[in-house]
Design a protein around this ligand. Sequence first.
Ligand SMILES: Cc1cc2nc3c(=O)[nH]c(=O)nc-3n(C[C@H](O)[C@H](O)[C@H](O)COP(=O)(O)OP(=O)(O)OC[C@H]3O[C@@H](n4cnc5c(N)ncnc54)[C@H](O)[C@@H]3O)c2cc1C
Length: 462
Amino acid sequence: MTPSYKFSDAKSLPFWFTTVPVTADCAPASQDATYDLAIVGGGFTGLWSALKARERNPDAKIAVLEGKRCGQDASGRSGGFCAPSISHGASNALTRHPSEAETLIRLGQENLDDFARDLERYEIQGEFEQAGKLNVATTPWQIEGLHSMAQNYSRFGIAHELLVGDALKEKLDSPVYSAGLFEPSYGLVNPAKVVSELRRVCLAQGVEIFENTPVTSLKRDDDMMGVQTPSAYIRAKQVILATNSAKPLLKRLSMSFIPIYDYSLMTETLSEEQWASIGWLGSHGIADSGNQFHYFRKTADNRMLWAGFDAIYYYGSDRNDELLQRPESFALLADQFVLAFPTLADVKFDFKWGGIIDTSARTTFFSGLAHRGQVAYAMGFTGQGVTASRFAALTMLDRLGSFNTERTRLKMPRRFAIPFPPEPLRSAAVKLAQKSLAQEDATGKRGGFLKLLDTFGIGFDS
Ligand SMILES: Cc1cc2nc3c(=O)[nH]c(=O)nc-3n(C[C@H](O)[C@H](O)[C@H](O)COP(=O)(O)OP(=O)(O)OC[C@H]3O[C@@H](n4cnc5c(N)ncnc54)[C@H](O)[C@@H]3O)c2cc1C
């Protein structure tokens, strides 16, 4: 059982929030107004949409309507792993989207390169580093999984390195992990800094940002769209919905994803000796290979983020700020931390928080148009949206502009998002899927229920 001193100083908020300068909220929308483009949601997806729309049209009147403060939800709470992928990895592209896997893999890498270029171009101080990611395995079947991942990578020319023994210990020395696959192309950012910097750049580029401005409804208004907020009615020629895991404003999307809660711990600052005791000398991020997986990484001030494993669904797709704290998940994470890093058994945690993942049954984002092509949406990132959100923003702008691009020709974002059933079936199905995934982690055998889901291209991930 986790001793209580481990959490005695732990603050119940995302560590990342404490690393950004405190600035005043943008004023809420208080007057009726008309815009060329209104963007609902001020996370990565909404802010990239605003910035890219500005690049395309320097004179457009653009508004971001954010219900809280930009970056308070998933974007500012995330692990900050920057995947060279828009398809939840190469293996997922191959399994679920074989006919365009090669294109998806290439576009994923290009998107990460362009993401890095954009950060540089706009002088976004987001602690971006192309530090790589190490995938580690504990069981024989996870090791087999790493080998098949390596085969896929070789096929598509993705740089990687299989590591065991001393080579692994040079990247991570833990009694729990016996093999690894290193992917050098992965990046890492401080997610709250990136979102706060994107907000700064958007404001500097003349984008109007309204915070504490929840959009309550959306309707047609002659040839425009009408966007209702508590204190202003906004008319816009086009609307982008970048609301991620929130209850969608379009009814048709209400079954397309479910909110899954994911929890994180941040340690106190670790000394060089402590890092050396676990062989983690580089700045790469790490994730383990189970269906229920941990992701862990260093911060600029030498703390360790230790997160994941539990993926909690609350009955009725409940979304509630109180659920962002879950003592049982924090205690489990703390116990698992000691198993993975016995030399760090006395380390304390300074921060604990949760975040909501917009889990789509296809495990990749989907995007589409509504209201005669005047409204675009993109969501369902399923835990891999730090870089994919940029690609999704460009996809929405392409589609609103009726452009024929490689992005709009992709089938993956347009493919029907298999709906989750209504309650009480939804809870039962999620429970069964989670039980089956845990069983597979324990035995290496994929049970009948998961095989059935595979047949329909349905995944369950976080
Ligand atoms: C704990 C956690 C860890 C993660 N780790 C990683 C990772 O390491 N790497 C990775 O690639 N991905 C990760 N992800 C996923 C990634 O963070 C998301 O996919 C990405 O941030 C999505 O960005 P977004 O802008 O679409 O959503 P959000 O950041 O959630 O932004 C949506 C915004 O819309 C606003 N909003 C919603 N409804 C309304 C409304 N009606 N009116 C006005 N505003 C509204 C919300 O307030 C919110 O600010 C993680 C997610 C979580 C939760």
